[in-house]
Design a protein around this ligand. Structure first.
Ligand code: MF3
Ligand code: CO
Length: 275
């Protein structure tokens, strides 16, 4: 049932089936953009060139890059290399073999937001980093498995934390969280990547969530640079970020975004290391 669902401090906007289909189109445009970029990634490239390509691709598909000017954010996309956790500014530094790069893209298509991210390895990553990528992606799907009607936000959070921190000893970033998604980029509820099973807002069919584990190889602590955006690990070790747009349903979450084209492009590009 679409409409409002008020849960103490959270006002959660439920989406009806037509709205979910609109959001799927937005999410899939982000997936296509990421796939397009994945075909071109290679050492020597700069992230500002990628950002320009991203902006053009989105506009060519009658959409708007939603991050640009959001709270003053100055680029089309967030491109976070190595120890940058999220919100990295595209820049003119050349990518090198061994770098890992998280590309986070948002669009507004017909008024609805899509927002998701993928981490690529350019060449073979350093010891343990490939495994961090693999486990972080797995944790995203473990979180998504819990995004069903009747569960709570804490069930998603716990699943992600268990797979990354408890089982593998990685650092789960506390300061940044996933979020509801719809006509706004950030809606209630917040979706942390750590927490207690059975805690928090109850999930209902029609909630659309951006679930986004941000997982550090080393310690969980991060800091924001003087530019006000770039978030880095305090220990300088790499960090990985994956994000999907997901609609809560009765027995199984509906993943609106799609990694299939991205993974296909990743496999076909000999410059990328599949983790
Ligand atoms: N995926 C990120 C988020 O949902 C990206 C936002 S970057 C911003 O928060 F520039 F738009 F803020
Ligand atoms: Co997001």
């Amino acid at each position: 049932m679409p409409g409002f669902f008020v849960n103490f401090v959270a006002m959660i906007l439920l989406k009806n089936n037509d709205q979910v289909e609109m959001m799927r189109k937005s999410a899939l445009l982000v997936s296509q953009t990421l796939a397009e970029i994945a075909t071109t990634l290679k050492p020597g490239m700069t992230t500002s060139v990628l950002d320009k390509t991203i902006g053009e691709y989105i506009r060519d598909h009658r959409a708007i890059p939603s991050f640009l000017n959001y709270n003053g954010y100055p680029f089309n996309s967030c491109i976070s290399v190595n120890d940058v956790v999220v919100h990295g500014f595209p820049n003119t530094k050349e990518l090198r073999s061994g770098d890992i790069i998280s590309i986070d893209i948002g669009v507004i298509l017909n008024g609805w937001h899509g927002d998701h991210a993928y981490t690529f390895a350019i060449g073979e990553p350093e010891k343990g980093v490939g495994q961090l990528i693999k486990i972080t992606k797995e944790s995203l799907y473990k979180g998504i498995e819990k995004a069903v009607d009747g569960n709570r936000i804490g069930d998603i959070a716990f699943a992600i934390q268990e797979h990354t921190e408890k089982k593998n000893g990685y650092g789960v970033v506390r300061e940044l969280v996933g979020h509801g998604l719809g006509k706004s980029l950030h809606e209630d509820p917040q979706v942390p990547n750590y927490g207690k099973r059975g805690s928090g807002v109850k999930l209902k069919s029609g909630m659309v969530l951006a679930i986004e584990p941000m997982i550090n190889l080393g310690r969980k602590e991060v800091f924001t640079e003087a530019d006000g955006w770039t978030v880095r690990t305090k220990d300088g070790k790499p960090s990985v970020h994956f994000e999907h747009d997901v609609c809560v349903r009765k027995n199984k979450a509906d993943i609106l975004s799609d990694y299939t084209p991205i993974e296909e492009a990743e496999r076909k590009n000999p410059e990328l290391f599949v983790c």
